[in-house]
Design a binder for this molecule. Structure first.
Ligand code: PMP
Ligand code: GLN
Length: 400
């Protein structure tokens, strides 16, 4: 979601139905980090690039002219084939790279294309709240209706009764995200099965955002919803190379779905960007074939960083909700004496030289996320340690 702007302000040129869309909180907070020289634990991007071999593959593709001209609309064959191999290697999911895989400009475009493809005016989209900001924006662009299922601290579990009760004759889509940004929740077997049951019973389309699929901790397993019985033909699985390979700027994403459903997504996608990132598509194709230990080390390194930051934030007096996946930790800043997460995040660069993201902007039911704050830990250890050091400035002795 976005930080609000009034309709007679800079938003006045926007069509009225889009005026609730302001500047994304990520842009606002990253700009604040630059302006104040703060450590940016806000926007989720790593502070070290991914594997050298993958970077070199992009350079080689540029030099040898692979993808320098428009690639095919569905993406280059080596990438689609690598995505299919990846789904089979990690999840035993068999997909046809020619008809069931679509390469997009990041997961962001895949989400937009999927929503715009299947949501009509007034259709209801049930989504786990807090939502990743582009969900609310694209549902608004499609003139659909958001129906939140709120995840509550401390464990942010999915309330299955609430999910069942939320379905109406207008429900078109279940939009699911696991591992979940911003809470770090990873669906349990029980939750996945319940989501499946609701989708099958009501014949819903499921859009499953799995961009953090390889960032799961403590021996948990990511299982794509599409692999559950009855889900293959109704699920649009979305992921991207940004998180898995630490190249968030390359924006190589993808959607996987049964051919007919994927064709709907392809129809809208072709008029959003048509194609993008030609040479990077070849590099991510190679990355997807990296050996298993690359993926295991990524998760174990991040788990260690999670523990480092979680422990440090708890020592500062915040209530910490350690994530099961993703690279974000949620804390409650109320114990420090703050009553509003947005105010806290706007003051924090000035008080301590650190930037974080308020949960508040990811909710329709704002009261739940009022004092919750998200911290990214995909940073070098010394940066996390320095951030914790700086955050001592807001410990109860000095806070308001
Ligand atoms: N979905 C979620 C849940 C995210 O956190 C993000 C942010 N990276 C995206 C989608 C967008 O991914 P991409 O950068 O590949 O567009
Ligand atoms: N996904 C990133 C996050 O949640 C941000 C991506 C963006 O800036 N749109 O922090």
């Amino acid at each position: 979601m976005t930080t609000a702007d009034s309709s007679d302000g800079p938003q006045r040129f926007l069509a009225p139905h889009l005026r609730s869309l302001g500047t994304t909180v990520f842009a606002e907070m990253s700009a604040l980090a630059s302006a104040t020289g703060s450590i940016n634990l806000g926007q989720g991007f790593p502070d070290t690039d991914g594997p050298e071999s993958v970077r070199e593959a992009a350079v080689a593709a540029l030099r040898t002219g692979q993808g320098n001209q428009y690639p095919p609309g569905i993406g280059v064959a080596p990438l689609r084939e690598a995505i299919a191999r990846h789904q089979e290697r990690f999840y035993g999911q068999i997909v046809d790279p020619d008809t069931e895989v679509l390469v997009t400009a990041g997961a962001t475009e895949a989400i937009a294309a999927a929503i715009l493809a299947v949501v009509d005016v007034g259709d209801e989209v049930i989504a786990l709240e807090p939502y990743y900001d582009s969900y609310a924006a694209t549902i608004t662009m499609a003139r659909g209706m958001r129906v939140p299922i709120t995840l509550h601290p401390p464990d942010f579990r999915v309330n299955i009764e609430a999910l069942r009760a939320a379905v109406t004759p207008r429900t078109r889509v279940l939009l699911v995200n696991s591992p979940h940004n911003p809470t770090g929740m990873v669906l349990t077997d029980h939750e996945r099965t319940a989501i499946r049951d609701v989708a099958v019973e009501h014949d819903l389309i499921v859009i499953s955002d799995e961009v953090y699929e390889h960032l799961v901790f403590d021996d948990r397993q990511h299982i794509p919803l599409a692999t559950l019985p009855g889900m293959r033909d109704r699920t649009i699985t979305i992921s991207s190379g940004g998180k898995t390979f630490s190249f968030t700027g390359w924006k190589i994403g993808w959607a996987i779905a049964e051919a007919g459903l994927l064709n709907a997504v392809r129809t809208t996608k072709q008029f959003l960007t048509y194609v993008s990132g030609g040479p990077f598509q070849y590099a991510i194709a190679g990355a997807l074939d990296l050996p298993d230990d690359y993926f295991a080390t990524l998760a174990s390194d991040l788990q260690r960083k999670r523990d480092l930051l979680a422990e440090g934030l708890a020592d500062l007096g915040m209530q910490v909700f350690p994530p099961e996946g993703t690279y974000f930790i949620t804390t409650d800043v109320a114990p420090l004496g703050f009553t509003d997460g947005m105010d806290f995040c706007r003051q924090l660069p000035h008080l301590a030289g650190v930037v974080a993201i308020p949960h508040k902007v990811f909710y329709d039911t704002t009261a739940v996320g009022q004092t919750l704050v998200r911290w990214a830990f995909c940073k070098r250890d010394e940066i996390l340690i320095e951030a914790l050091q700086r955050l001592r400035a807001i410990t109860p002795a000095t806070s308001p």
